[in-house]
Ligand binder design. Structure first.
Ligand code: 5GP
Length: 179
């Protein structure tokens, strides 16, 4: 059983914000086909909710997945981010949106943007559920952002601690005793 100290963002608030993000993406990409790339594993729940909030009458989407190594949130140089699973789709000439769970130091996103932009997409944007600006090491931000949060370690709604707690409905802060 998961023991959490507090709920940071309740599930209905998450759903409400994702509706707004989906509406914004629908408006910005109307008439286009968008390649949406989820960054495994943390973003999968956000991703599956987000893509269903994009109006299919107005925007076509293709989904794909990338997995990068994450050495916790303490990695110090860009050299420590590594691709574990690349995208299956070609990026060249496509309108691409990277869907990430959280921007923390920003190193993962910096790496992903560098790798994908080198493949000549027609456009490349980032949609991120959470932002922890206090811990930023490189200047980078999401084009579409769900919530800005304080410097606390979150679990639930896709976020894990040691691969657990991803299935909590709310975004929570874990009790240190539960670790
Ligand atoms: P960054 O490269 O921006 O420092 O790290 C991004 C990655 O660190 C995220 O994709 C996520 O996997 C992990 N991360 C950062 N903060 C948290 C957090 O509060 N909770 C969890 N579960 N993962 C986090």
């Amino acid at each position: 059983m998961a023991k959490v100290t507090k709920v940071l963002i309740e599930s209905d608030k998450i759903a409400q914000r994702i509706k707004q993000l989906g509406a914004q993406i629908t408006q910005d990409y109307a008439g286009k086909t968008v390649l949406m790339i989820a960054i495994l594993r943390g973003s999968v729940i956000f991703f599956s909710d987000l893509i269903r909030e994009i109006d299919s009458d107005k925007v076509d989407i293709i989904i794909d997945f990338i997995s990068v190594s994450s050495y916790g949130s303490s990695h110090k140089t860009t050299g420590e981010v590594r691709m574990l699973k690349d995208a299956d789709e070609a990026i060249d000439g496509k309108d691409v949106i990277i869907v990430e769970d959280i921007v923390d130091t920003g190193l993962t996103l910096q790496y992903l943007k560098k790798v994908l932009s080198s493949r000549n997409p027609s456009s490349l944007k980032v949609c991120c559920l959470l932002d922890k600006p206090e811990r930023r090491k490189v200047e980078i931000s999401a084009d579409y952002l769900g919530f800005t949060i304080p410097n606390e370690f979150v679990v639930g709604y896709g976020f894990d601690y040691a691969q657990k707690y991803r299935n909590l409905k709310d975004i929570c802060v874990l009790d240190p005793k539960a670790k």
